[in-house]
Ligand binder design. Structure first.
Ligand code: PTJ
Length: 246
């Protein structure tokens, strides 16, 4: 048994644990109520994908890491769901890549930003961005557009797990290389991404950290060839195929 009273033998152990994390996130004022709905949506797709990292998602995770490692200014965007689900895992990925973490919220309030920042600090984060909010993403209404000018504003590569479609499109419009983690292969975020990672954030982030460690000493040529051989369209089709024909 875990502290959450979910027997590890339960066939849906992972899924139930995830729900508890999101519920706790709401109780702590980290996750929005809409985050619960987003989680439910993600869970449905995860169930259809077999709750495993399919080979095309694994390849996408490797390609995303290659993008992040060759970036000049890589940033990992964190929202209320990411902070509740994988705070320590996200900090580890940022450290393995040498990326900044920026809190960037759909339903932005100063109180939530502060709570998420504290939560991330408790999990080892330093120099969290997103609190200054002195930059703007063009084409979005006020609150959702707020970014740090020297964070996402200046980033060349941004990892945006669980992003809403509008902002994902607006970031891509700014010319940034966008890496999206989203269990829905049909979502606009996944479809606008340079690298769509159709996998559960909980599996994707640790797998990316493992790739970051493996590729840490790789030369530019190796990273370029990983990036160039990745086919976003094929990855989306493979995920759809898995859902239709498990
Ligand atoms: O904390 P905030 O204010 O920034 O709000 C965050 C949410 C997630 C509520 C906001 O961005 C939102 O409403 O997002 P959407 O439009 O519901 O999109 C969330 C997407 O993430 C959906 O396509 C889900 O399928 C997907 N998703 C949900 N949980 C996971 C996931 N993808 C990967 N891993 C998950 N655990």
């Amino acid at each position: 048994m875990t502290g959450l009273e979910v027997p590890e033998s339960h066939p849906r152990h992972e899924s139930l644990l995830t729900r508890h994390r999101i519920e706790d996130g709401v109780d702590l004022g980290i996750t929005s109520k809409q985050g619960l709905i987003a989680q439910g949506r993600g869970e449905a797709f995860d169930y259809l994908l077999g709750e495993e990292t399919i080979p095309s998602a694994d390849a996408a995770e490797r390609a995303a890491v290659a993008h992040l490692l060759r970036a000049d200014r890589p940033v990992i965007s964190v929202n209320g769901n990411v902070a509740a689900l994988a705070p320590g895992e996200t900090v580890q990925l940022a450290q393995a890549i040498g990326a900044d973490i920026e809190i960037n919220l759909f339903n932005r309030t100063n109180e939530r930003i502060e709570r998420i920042a504290d939560h991330l600090r408790e999990h080892g984060a330093e120099n969290i961005k997103g609190l200054t909010a002195d930059g703007r993403i063009p084409g979005l209404e006020h609150e959702r557009a707020k970014v740090d000018a020297d964070g996402i504003g200046a980033a060349d590569v941004v990892l945006v797990p669980l992003e809403d479609g509008d902002r994902a499109a607006a970031l891509a419009e700014m010319g940034k290389t966008e890496l999206v983690v989203d269990l829905n292969p049909l979502s606009r975020s996944a479809r606008t991404a340079s690298v769509p990672i159709v996998d559960n954030l909980l599996r994707a982030v640790p797998n990316m950290t493992a790739y970051a460690r493996e590729l840490a000493a790789a030369d530019a040529e190796t990273l370029d060839s990983i990036v160039e051989s990745f086919d976003a369209e094929a990855a989306l089709s493979a995920a759809e195929e898995r859902i239709r024909d498990p």
